[in-house]
Design a protein around this ligand. Structure first.
Ligand SMILES: Nc1ncnc2c1ncn2[C@@H]1O[C@H](COP(=O)(O)OP(=O)(O)OP(=O)(O)O)[C@@H](O)[C@H]1O
Ligand SMILES: [Mg+2]
Length: 356
C-alpha cells in the first residue's frame, strides 16, 4: 500500500482553474475522501492521481516516487467510475479478469484471483452471469472487484454509489468499507454526499471552487469547522452574525442587534482566529446542540413550527427576533406545537465561533 503526496498542484483548463494550489498527504492504508459541491475539483484531483490529467504545476508522489507525468497503466491503481464502465455483454468473471489478462497472467492464476475477489465482494455464485442481467448494486460490486483484482497500491473511487437507490447506497457503502479495511488498501473516495463521507472516511478534504476549505477527521470537520462553508455544507447549523461583547481566557460573550446574547468558550474559536471586543464574528450552533430546560444560554422561545421526524422533534423558534432550529431527540415525551413557548438552553461547549 502506498502513501500519496500532492505538492503545490494546480490544474488549469484554459481560463478555468479546476484545482488551485493543492497540498495534501494521504497516508498508506488510509480511507480518504474528497467532499464538495459539483464542480469543486474532486474528479480533476482524482484524475491527476490516476494519471489521466497531468497537473499544470506541482508534483504528485506515491511514497517517494515522483509519478507526476507517469502513464496511468504504470501506476498500479484500481479505479471505479461513476458509471462503472463495465462490458455489458461479458460475464462477471470476464469483466473482473480484464485487467489480469492485459497484464498477461496465466489462466490458472487468473481463475484463482477472480474466484477469490468474487467471493470478497459477495458475488460467489454469479461468475457466469452477464452484466446486463445484474442489479445496479451487483454491477457496482463487479466494478469494485475489477479494480481490486489487480491488487492496486491505491484504489480510486469516483462517486461509485450515485446510481443506487438510498437503501442500496447504505448497504454498499458498508460493503466498500468492509472490503477496504480487510485489504488495507489506500483508498481515495469522491462524493458530494456528506453523510457518506462522514460514515466511511478516516479523513475528509472539503473543497470549494478548486480550493481546500478544511482537511480533518469526520469529527473535526463536523464539530470544529474552520469556516462558514464547512459548517453549513456538513450537517445543519444555525449560523448567526454577532458582535464580541467581552472575551477572556475562558469565555467569550457575543450579542446581536436583536438583543440575543450568548456565552461560549474561547477554546471553541476556529483554528487561528483572533478576536477583540467589537469584532463581528459568525456563531455556529448545531440544531442538536440545544437541551431541554434552563442552563447555560437559556432560551425561552416561541415555537413557529414543529416537525416530528420519528427520531427527533424539530422546533423552529423565535427568540429576540432571531430564528433558531433546535432538534430534540424524541423519547415519547410531549411535543409542543406552534404558538407555545419552549424553554431550552445551549451548553457553552456547543457553540462555535468562526471568522470567515
Ligand atoms: N476537461 C475539462 N475541460 C475544461 N474544464 C474542465 C474539464 N474538466 C473539469 N473542468 C472544470 O474544472 C472544474 C472542476 O471540475 P471537476 O470535474 O473536478 O468537478 P467535481 O468536483 O468532480 O464535480 P462533480 O461533483 O459535478 O463531478 C469545473 O469548473 C469544470 O467545469
Ligand atoms: Mg466529479
Amino acid at each position: 500500500m502506498k502513501a500519496v503526496r500532492i505538492q503545490d498542484v494546480s490544474k488549469k483548463f484554459g481560463d478555468v482553474l479546476g484545482v488551485d494550489d493543492l497540498d495534501l498527504d494521504i497516508k498508506s492504508g488510509e480511507f480518504f475522501t474528497f467532499l464538495g459541491p459539483s464542480g469543486c475539483g474532486k474528479t480533476t484531483t482524482l484524475r491527476m492521481i490516476a494519471g489521466f490529467y497531468y497537473p499544470s504545476t506541482g508534483k504528485i508522489y506515491f511514497d517517494d516516487h515522483d509519478v507526476t507525468t507517469l502513464q496511468p497503466n504504470k501506476r498500479n491503481i484500481g479505479m471505479v467510475f461513476q458509471n462503472y464502465a463495465l462490458f455489458p455483454h461479458m460475464t462477471v468473471d470476464e469483466n473482473i479478469a480484464f485487467g489480469l489478462e492485459i497484464r498477461k497472467y496465466d489462466k490458472k492464476a487468473i481463475k484463482e484471483k477472480v474466484d477469490r475477489i468474487r467471493g470478497l465482494v459477495h458475488l460467489g455464485p454469479y461468475g457466469s452471469r452477464k452484466i446486463n442481467e445484474l442489479s445496479g448494486g451487483q454491477q457496482q460490486r463487479v466494478a469494485l472487484a475489477r479494480a481490486l483484482v489487480i491488487e492496486p497500491d491505491i484504489l480510486l473511487l469516483d462517486e461509485p454509489l450515485s446510481n443506487l437507490d438510498a437503501k442500496l447506497r447504505e448497504e454498499t457503502r458498508i460493503e466498500i468499507k468492509r472490503i477496504q479495511s480487510e485489504l488495507g488498501v489506500t483508498t481515495i473516495y469522491v462524493t458530494h454526499d456528506q453523510t457518506e463521507a462522514m460514515a466511511m472516511s478516516d479523513r475528509i478534504m472539503v473543497m470549494e471552487n478548486g480550493v481546500v476549505k478544511q482537511i480533518g477527521t469526520p469529527q473535526e470537520i463536523y464539530h470544529r469547522p474552520n469556516n462558514r462553508f464547512v459548517a453549513t455544507f456538513i450537517g445543519e447549523t444555525n449560523l448567526l452574525e454577532m458582535k464580541v461583547q467581552s472575551i477572556n481566557d475562558e469565555t467569550i460573550t457575543v450579542a446581536n442587534e436583536n438583543g440575543l446574547t450568548l456565552q461560549g468558550l474561547t477554546e471553541n474559536l476556529a483554528k487561528g482566529l483572533q478576536v477583540n471586543v467589537g469584532d463581528e464574528i459568525y456563531v455556529s450552533i448545531r440544531p442538536e446542540a440545544f437541551e431541554s430546560g434552563a442552563g447555560d444560554n437559556t432560551i425561552s422561545g416561541i415555537i413557529e413550527l414543529t416537525e416530528f421526524t420519528g427520531l427527533s422533534v424539530n422546533y423552529f423558534l423565535k427568540w429576540n427576533n432571531t430564528t433558531l432550529k433546535a432538534m430534540i431527540i424524541s423519547r415519547g415525551t410531549a411535543i409542543k406545537q406552534a404558538g407555545h413557548t419552549i424553554d431550552l438552553h445551549i451548553p457553552k461547549q456547543n457553540i462555535y465561533f468562526l471568522g470567515e
